[in-house]
Design a protein around this ligand. Structure first.
Ligand SMILES: [Ca+2]
Ligand SMILES: [Ca+2]
Length: 454
């Protein structure tokens, strides 16, 4: 049964313009790891001081394709007052000025679109002015992109899109049906390279639990009104501003909202909540967030602070590896991961604001281990259902509770799971230089790094 009509037939062919014809990075001669290949390079405004205070409209990002500079998909994002990318018209106020590059702002593009170091004559030949060379660097990578002023050419690739009318999310790797009236009610996730026409999951389940005296209550995502207020469909990430109303025993949790971000292979949904002091009449105040997968017996699962030996889901996994009691989490090692070994892996992280360090437990239900049915169900049974239990939420503080989901076919491949986790936890450093050998533009060419972006 489906909640709302499927639009998934054939969507991955032909939605995203020209993704496969895109050759701009052909000149880079290294091989990216699974994680780096699907990650964004995030350049803070503070790392590109030279352009601070200027309008982002005048700038674009280009890479050397072996012959000349060619445009790649990129976007500049202002930030909001909670520290997330700002959506014009959204529910959170902007930090700073819209469209003006400031220290807190972010320039983003896909690491996989970066290229090799450009030859001086290619830099000199390009229309406009090459203002900064952006060097992407870790132990295995040295790649480049160029920030160019006054060049009109733009890539026509868009990696992501959210349709506010239908609730449909579509990237070059996956599609997700969300309820147009409640973005936290999810139906099918289709992933390119996994089984065609088969959803990865049943749905996502959020439950907020609280007690008042002898009374207990549980509120699920279906009953948390979550209205999309505004959307920014950028070339590399879609940012969705959401207003939510959460009330327990008549106590409204003030200014609840979320900033959903979608990239080619990620879904992130930080929820910001201010729990009012009046909520101190509540006790046992917990939230759980889990994914109920669809027919994934045999999937291997690990957790950040748990056994290194994977748990195998389903009846056949009993005694064949780790057991649910061997799964554990800490704030520092908050990852949960699974591999289908059939074209789809997931790594999830719990992301909380700095002002609270919750006690995290793993939620694990498995039809093969006799877990009780956990409604609502679109597909019967927990196959398995895996997620986070966030215990003892603080009262009287503004907090952020978020889950980041990363998808790929190769996170676990060749024994590289730990490397994948580490790379996802540590975004690539981007160093901005004044490029060498473009004296004709009148720019200083001292080649010194101006600063490093985290
Ligand atoms: Ca700004
Ligand atoms: Ca189910």
């Amino acid at each position: 049964m489906k909640l709302f009509p499927s639009f998934t037939n054939g969507i991955l062919a032909g939605v995203i313009t020209a993704c496969c014809a895109f050759q701009a990075n052909a000149a880079a001669d290294d091989t990216l790891s699974a994680a780096r290949d699907m990650q964004l390079a995030i350049v803070k405004g503070s790392a590109i001081e030279k352009v601070l205070g200027q309008s982002s409209d005048d700038y674009s990002v280009m890479v050397f394709n072996g012959t000349e500079l060619a445009p790649i998909p990129f976007q500049f994002d202002d930030l909001n007052d909670k520290g997330f990318p700002y959506v014009p018209g959204g529910s959170l106020a902007i930090e700073g000025q819209e469209g003006i590059i400031e220290a807190q702002d972010e320039l983003v593009f896909m690491i996989r679109d970066s290229g090799s170091k450009a030859e001086a004559d290619a830099l000199a030949a390009v229309e406009g002015e090459v203002v900064l060379e952006l060097e992407l660097k870790d132990l295995n990578i040295q790649r480049y992109a160029y920030l160019v002023k006054g060049n009109a050419s733009r890539s026509d690739v868009h990696y992501t899109h959210y349709n506010q009318e239908t609730g449909f999310i579509k990237t070059d790797h996956f599609t997700l049906e969300t309820d147009p009236d409640n973005i936290f009610v999810w139906a099918d996730l289709m992933y390119e390279g996994y089984e065609p026409q088969k959803s990865i999951w049943d749905t996502m389940k959020i439950r907020i639990h609280a007690r008042m005296g002898f009374l207990k209550t549980t509120l699920s995502n279906r009953f948390i009104p979550s209205e999309v207020v505004a959307v920014k469909n950028g070339a590399v990430r879609t940012i969705i501003s959401v207003d939510a109303t959460i009330a327990l025993f008549g106590v409204e949790l003030a200014s609840a909202g979320a900033n959903v971000t979608v990239t080619s292979q990620t879904l992130q949904f930080p929820v910001h909540i201010t729990v009012p002091k009046a909520a101190n009449i509540l006790s046992d105040f917990n939230i759980d967030i889990s994914l109920d997968f669809h027919e994934m017996d045999g999937v291997q699962i690990r957790s950040g602070a748990g056994s290194k030996e994977p748990l195998v889901a389903g009846k056949d996994g009993i005694g064949a590896g780790a057991e649910p009691k061997d799964l554990a989490l800490s704030v520092e090692e908050s990852w949960l991961t699974g591999t289908t070994q059939q074209g789809w892996d997931i790594i999830a992280f719990f992301v909380g604001s700095k002002n609270f360090a919750p006690d995290l437990d793993v939620l694990y239900f498995d039809h093969g281990r006799d877990s009780e049915e956990d409604s609502p169900e679109r597909y019967d049974g927990s196959y398995p259902q895996v997620g986070y239990i966030v215990n003892e939420l603080p009262v009287g503080e503004a907090i952020v509770i978020g889950i980041d989901l990363y998808f790929d076919d190769g996170f676990w491949a060749d024994g590289n799971l730990e490397t994948s986790v580490k790379e996802l936890q540590n975004p690539i450093a981007v160093i901005a230089h004044t490029p060498d050998g473009i004296a004709s533009t009148g720019l200083a060419s001292n080649g010194l790094a101006s600063s490093v972006s985290e």
